[in-house]
Ligand binder design. Structure first.
Ligand SMILES: O=C(O)CCC(=O)C(=O)O
Ligand SMILES: [Fe+2]
Length: 339
């Protein structure tokens, strides 16, 4: 069992202020979160983050044992960032929260390379997670009244993130992110064997659909591919890696088993049930950064009622890959970040 010190690290108020000065300086110097120069500099500038937190994250990534950890204590100037927006589309870019986006990117660069999807949030590198009117019951980061069910981020995709960062800007009603790590020793060994086999159908989640993005001719091919994957017979294994402590790839809401494969159905129900029983709440506070090992943790979000008055919960999200090369065929240049 991990102790609290393995999972939590906090910067002191003095250090938080130094970090904010750093990110505000960077926010003045660069055009936005997608500025090529900024992205090139990230790991260089990240050496200015405190050694204690860099060492903490190095352990998290290298030991590859925990599903999540939190680095807290950063300052978020609630006045500067302004009210929680109503939508991510149509906002000024960069927004007043660029310093907070840069902080996430700096941390991301300690773990790998930040990247994003052409088919999500109109191809932005740093995503917004806040409730949007009309999407209440959707299985999306912008949903609210329905439980966002446990999932691996972009579980359907072979190039899904190795790490996912969620940075909290505000969360006044203490809405919890849900987290569940897998202890495969609690599963029937027969189910584990089945889960290691590619017997599970998985489909893209709805955030990648063209209807949730601005109409874009440039990315027609990518949206067509997502539509194809929705129809496809894409069969994957749920578990992989070390049999004693397997990696996990799961999004039960978007998964099925082929007709008649009762073994697969039972194994999927068993692992889904186990994760649900082991689910814990993590209530992020402003200035907390949640680091998710996307091969070890399923995550989601508790239901809540949004007020749409500018005070709603607001997170920022960044995906990180430890192997940029695997998606090279899809990125026009070596430094392009959109798949
Ligand atoms: O809102 C949350 O806490 C998590 C949402 C989520 O699953 C995501 O943004 O990927
Ligand atoms: Fe998620």
């Amino acid at each position: 069992m991990a102790s609290a010190t393995d999972r939590l690290s906090a910067v002191s108020p003095d250090v938080a202020q130094e970090i904010e000065e750093l990110t505000l300086r960077l926010a003045k110097r660069y055009d936005g979160p997608e500025d090529e120069e900024l992205l090139r500099e990230l790991p260089v500038v990240a050496s200015e983050l405190p050694a204690a937190q860099r060492r903490f994250l190095r352990g998290f990534a290298l030991d590859d044992a925990l599903g999540y950890c939190v680095v807290g204590g950063h300052t978020v100037d609630q006045t500067r960032i302004g009210p929680t927006p109503r939508h991510w589309r149509g906002r000024p870019r960069p927004g007043p929260e660029l310093a907070e986006e840069i902080l996430l990117l700096l941390y991301a660069s300690l773990l790998g390379e930040p990247f994003a999807w052409k088919t999500q949030q109109d191809g932005r590198l740093v995503h917004d997670v806040f409730p949007i009117k009309g999407y209440e019951t959707e299985q999306l980061g912008v949903g609210s009244t329905d439980l966002l069910t446990l999932h691996t981020e972009d579980a359907f995709h072979p190039w899904r993130a190795d790490f996912l960062l969620l940075g909290c800007l505000r969360n006044p009603r203490r809405v919890a992110t849900t987290v569940a790590e897998l202890d495969a020793r609690l599963l029937d060994p027969a189910h584990v064997r089945t889960l290691f086999q590619p017997r599970f159908l998985i489909r893209p989640d709805d955030s990648h659909l063209a209807e949730h993005n601005a109409p874009s001719d440039a990315y027609r091919e990518q949206f067509a591919e997502i539509a194809e994957m929705k129809r496809d017979d894409n069969r994957v294994a749920v578990l992989w890696g070390d049999p004693a402590a397997p990696y996990l790839r799961i999004d039960p809401y978007f998964m099925e088993v082929p007709d008649g494969d009762d073994e697969a159905a039972a194994a999927l129900a068993a692992v889904g049930g186990l994760l649900e029983r082991r689910t814990e709440d993590v209530v992020l506070r402003p200035g907390d950064v949640l680091f998710i090992n996307n091969h070890r943790l399923a995550h989601g979000r508790r239901p809540f009622t949004a007020s749409y008055d500018g005070t709603d919960r607001w997170l920022k999200r960044v995906s990180v890959t430890t192997d940029f090369r695997k998606s090279r065929e899809r990125r026009g240049t070596a430094t392009a970040r959109f798949i």
